[in-house]
Design a protein around this ligand. Structure first.
Ligand code: NI
Length: 136
């Protein structure tokens, strides 16, 4: 573990009460853990907005019955093959499939991949979650 640094923070009572209530609901053990996560989230957001390299997961649900859809999805994934690390296909029901795509690369390119997949007919929902590469 890297060296820990301590610093003091002054907050208005109303703000610290709201923060303590928030961290209790989030099951944080203490304020330090919660503040570390807030800082990491801000740094990941900065990497994302700033076009840095990030890890991302695209979760999508789509109709199993649109046969040409799978072929189009695969074409798009091959177009972005430098980003796609892994995919998982799950048969959700007789009618619907779930696809999980793990990606690593420039945030803008991962967003472009998600947007292209979202635009396909038969896709019901696409969610993109961006995370850091673990270096913050
Ligand atoms: Ni399926």
């Amino acid at each position: 573990m890297s060296k820990l640094y301590r610093f003091g923070v002054s907050l208005e009572k109303k703000l610290i009460d709201a923060f303590d209530s928030h961290i209790r609901k989030q099951n944080y053990q203490n304020r330090s853990e919660a503040i570390r996560d807030l800082i990491r989230n801000e740094l990941v957001k900065k990497q994302w907005v700033g076009g840095g390299t990030v890890a991302g997961v695209i979760v999508m649900t789509y109709s199993h019955h649109k046969r040409e859809l799978v072929s189009k999805m695969l074409d798009i994934q091959h177009d972005f093959q430098e980003l796609v690390i892994s995919t998982q296909h799950i048969h959700l029901s007789h009618h619907n499939c779930l696809e999980i795509i793990a990606a690593k690369g420039k945030a803008g390119k991962i967003e472009e991949l998600a947007a292209k997949l979202k635009s396909l007919v038969g896709v019901k929902h696409v969610n993109l979650s961006i995370s850091s590469l673990g270096d913050v």
